[in-house]
Design a binder for this molecule. Sequence first.
Ligand code: NDP
Length: 258
Amino acid sequence: MTTQAKNLFDLSGKVAVITGGNRGIGLGLARGLAQAGASVSLWARDEVSNAQAAESLAEAGGQVQTLRCDVSSPEDVDQATAKTLERFGQIDAGFANAGFGDAADPLKLELKDFRRILATNLDGVFLCFKSWGKHMSEREGGGKLVAISSISAIFGTPMQPHYAASKGGVEALVRAYAARLARYDVQVNSVQPGWIVTDATAPAVENARFSETVVRRIPARRWGEPADLAGVAVYLASDASRYHTGDSLRIDGGYTIF
Ligand code: NDP
């Protein structure tokens, strides 16, 4: 690698926040960012998992902070932003990754269950983007906002209408914030992971029949791993993506083009 290329992706001295960073995709993003030199602040609700994640990142180098935060709470998000700024003085990249889904028949889904998913998956991204975006637009040097969306935002999902709607909303939020913040040198993008092995997908991975059907549809012929998202995280947090905004980057082993 040339010196120039190395510098382009070097995150030394940068600070990244990752919501839902204590396991799964969030931890994969955090590990990639830390290995590229960033200090990371992991926000999630379970403090035991937070501590385990911090320990597992120790060998990647850089500083690690963990904060208890429910991203559906405006107070929690604002407090976590304040505590991150207190510790590091800046947030250069914010990854709104916290989210979950469950199965539901659109003809039976209750409004309260629809809203429960949106509270974390959509309100959470909005609250984080607003809080981080304010900080980034008020300082020299801009920043990066990234939402972890899903290919459910594009596919018809017969048994996950609430999850799909939350991710469709995330894509619209990304474009709105991208257009609003570009003048402050803040780039805003989404990542759409395909089928990634995490606690959330473990039952599907363990269901041999289902898993075989999924893998047959993936040109790469395997499920993705959280580590497969590390490269795109580093790119989107780095100077390499300074003129790249309002986009959705699909990391799915080719699933959506097959
Ligand atoms: P996991 O269930 O493995 O991890 C979810 C993470 O989100 C945990 O760290 C959890 O921590 C945190 N979290 C959940 N709710 C909240 C909340 N209200 N406030 C703060 N943190 C919260 O899921 P994945 O890693 O699989 O998914 C991560 C993201 O990627 C989600 O947005 C998901 O929709 C998306 N995605 C996943 C795919 C996959 O195949 N796995 C595919 C496409 C998209 P804690 O419980 O401690 O709060």
